[in-house]
Design a protein around this ligand. Sequence first.
Ligand code: SAM
Length: 242
Amino acid sequence: MAINLKDSEFRTIQKIVFSEVGIDLQDSKKHLVQSRLLKRLLFYKFDSYVDYIRLIQIDAHERVEMINLISTNETYFFREIDHFEYLQKNILPKHPLKSKFRFWSAAASVGAEAYSVAMLLDQKVARSDWEVVGTDINTDVIKKARVGLYPEKWSDKIPLNLKKLYCLKGKGSHEGQFMIERSLLNNIDFKVGNLMQYNSEVGLFDVIWLRNVLIYFDDDTKQLVVDNVIKNLKLGGYFLYL
Ligand SMILES: C[S@@+](CC[C@H](N)C(=O)[O-])C[C@H]1O[C@@H](n2cnc3c(N)ncnc32)[C@H](O)[C@@H]1O
């Protein structure tokens, strides 16, 4: 079933998405948005996007559903290995032994980045004295991150020694998947968080990564998000954004 999303309706959706989460939906994304939101129209038995727009204007829960469908959540374990090597070789050795090492994956998606860092920290930081926090605006990806179950293929870039220790091969109904070793979960917390606001409740961090998310924002929003996030950086901490 095809329902046409008119240009004027798309502009209204662009404004709502921008004011909620700062994502600057390009005009070229109109067809993508139309197809991703169609399932919500069918769910409510709406025959036009106008009805759906009226709903998201008054219903915060449905706005969350919409953002879940619209946000781009592509991620990988050990994405861009240089960043992990820098963390391992240049940051961790300088960390004072007495204080807990805190890392924030500030646009965590389904958790691949947070778990990759957690594997390194579990190996390198004494007495498991570390903590990883992952936040994302998308409530569906945060649920998946908490479960920590991924397709087998996703483990390709995980260094072999870490894969052996932290990736449990799925059997039976989990054939073709791997699960993150449960002991890592003791030191990881995944929460819903919007970068458009200062996330005071997550506390201060030694290292913050804000990777592959600023591309979705316009210049003013990039500045706002960076200003918000650096409030969570410890004095002398490291902030990586790109
Ligand atoms: C492409 S993923 C990047 C994941 C990971 N950082 C990486 O580099 O592999 C971008 C994530 O940013 C999230 N995001 C977008 N806008 C956000 C906002 N305003 N607040 C928090 N997260 C947001 C999306 O939901 C998505 O999961």
